[in-house]
Design a protein. Structure first.
Length: 420
């Protein structure tokens, strides 16, 4: 969410951001509506002040004056109430439009309507060269008894998975390893629920735009979150932190749920695009300084890359386009890992800077040097998410016999074993 004063002072910048992020919003109507609501509020305050001033005269008024004073006081109060009722719908419309206002994107972001405008800024690691016909992750799991994909469909439907044996153990070990690694960077490990109220999704920024992607528990008036970011943003919503509490660094672990609405026809085989997964999410609340945000963005990205490097998975870093980065993002870098069976890189990580766009929605502030409350900056980044990370991990480290050779960094977490 943008500050109203900023929108009014910089309409051309906001229009440019709307065009870059494919936001269909009538800014002229918004500005006219804001002026109308502001004028109505001013008039309501004047009427209330008039009523109070009249009421203050009542006790000292002569008996013959009290009837007239009472009439005038009631009239002012009635006018204020009528005006409040008339402006209520306009305030609701104004608030709804505010929630659709895009964050101003980084000037270095590629401008384009979708992911086809994303650009590769770095490629790391060597793609494996196999002297045999490589298997995909589904075949590797089936031949080693590491999954039961066909049976679980009978229980939970498509796009669900059931890991077994050593692969089930590896998934849990990798999540713990990622959590401990991020903790070593100064982040506080925290587990959060996947269930949250609607207002938590609004504060985080997923609603109203991505409601169709979210599982709803109608009877409980709750939703299932697709990221720990929903709960982590809500933790300090409405608070005013002290400057010495910043930065707040969380390594959030949670189950995640996504409907994956609209992905029909895209590659959803095996562990790709499943409805439920687990994730370690890096989350930062820092001071409202662009240079500080940029520094944290680089640190978050480097932390995710270090995990991929330790797992010896080739990857590329993407500069995400304005149309693909999402409504509130200032800058977004995706990391795509190499999947041999597909012959291409697929997204496994995402690193985002939101400046104060998210904090304004969540009313998340801290006291500046002058003691006045300031909206903070927030950032988030995937440290590791499973099972999506298992796809490139299994395929890149497979052997001709269908085994999976573990990189040295993973030996220790799997009891020193060389193979999965």
């Amino acid at each position: 969410m943008l500050a109203t004063d900023f929108i009014k002072a910089n309409p051309d910048i906001v229009r440019k951001a709307m065009a870059a992020k494919n936001v269909d919003l009538d800014l002229d109507h918004f500005l006219a509506l804001e002026e109308e609501v502001r004028g109505a509020k001013t008039r309501i305050d004047e009427l209330r002040a008039e009523r109070n001033a009249i009421s203050a005269k009542f006790k000292d008024a002569a008996p013959e004056e009290k009837a007239e004073l009472g009439r005038r006081s009631k009239e002012a109060g009635n006018k204020a109430s009528e005006l409040e009722q008339a402006v209520a719908d306009k305030q609701a419309e104004l608030k709804a439009m505010m929630l659709q206002m895009p964050g101003i994107p980084w000037e270095g972001a590629p401008v384009g309507p979708d992911e086809s405008y994303n650009t590769v800024i770095r490629t790391e690691g060597e793609k494996p060269e196999f002297d045999f016909e490589p298997r995909d992750h589904v075949e590797l799991m089936e031949m080693n008894g590491w999954a039961d994909l066909s049976r679980i469909v009978q229980v939970s439907g498509s796009r669900t998975y059931c890991l077994k044996g050593r692969l089930a153990l590896l998934e849990q070990k990798l999540m713990a390893w990622a959590l401990e690694t991020i903790m070593g960077n100064g982040f506080d490990p925290i587990t959060v629920p996947a269930i949250a109220r609607e207002d938590a999704f609004i504060r985080q920024g997923q609603f109203p735009g991505h409601r169709e992607e979210t599982y709803e528990l109608e009877k409980d008036e709750m939703f299932l979150a697709g990221t720990a970011e929903v709960a982590l943003t809500g933790l300090h919503s409405g608070e005013i932190l002290e400057a010495d509490q910043l930065p707040v660094l969380y390594a959030g672990y949670s189950p995640c749920f996504r409907r994956e609405a609209g992905s029909a026809g895209r590659d959803v085989r095996g562990l790709l695009r499943v409805h439920q997964f687990v994730k370690v999410e890096q989350y930062v609340i820092c001071e409202a300084d662009e240079a500080v945000s940029a520094e944290w963005h680089a640190k978050l990205l480097a932390a995710a890359e270090s995990l991929l490097q330790a797992m010896e998975i080739p990857y590329q870093v993407i500069e995400t386009s304005t149309g693909d980065m999402g409504l509130g993002k200032f800058r977004m870098n995706d990391i795509e890992s190499w999947v041999p069976s597909l012959g291409k890189y697929r997204e496994t990580h995402s690193c985002s800077t939101l400046h104060d766009w998210q904090a304004r929605r969540a009313n998340l502030r801290y006291r500046g040097e002058d003691g006045k409350p300031v909206f903070a900056h927030t950032l988030n980044n995937t440290a590791l998410a499973s099972p999506r990370i298992l796809v490139p991990f299994l395929e890149n480290h497979q052997t001709a016999e269908g085994k999976v050779k573990l990189p040295p960094a993973i030996h220790a977490i799997m009891g020193g074993d060389e193979y999965l």
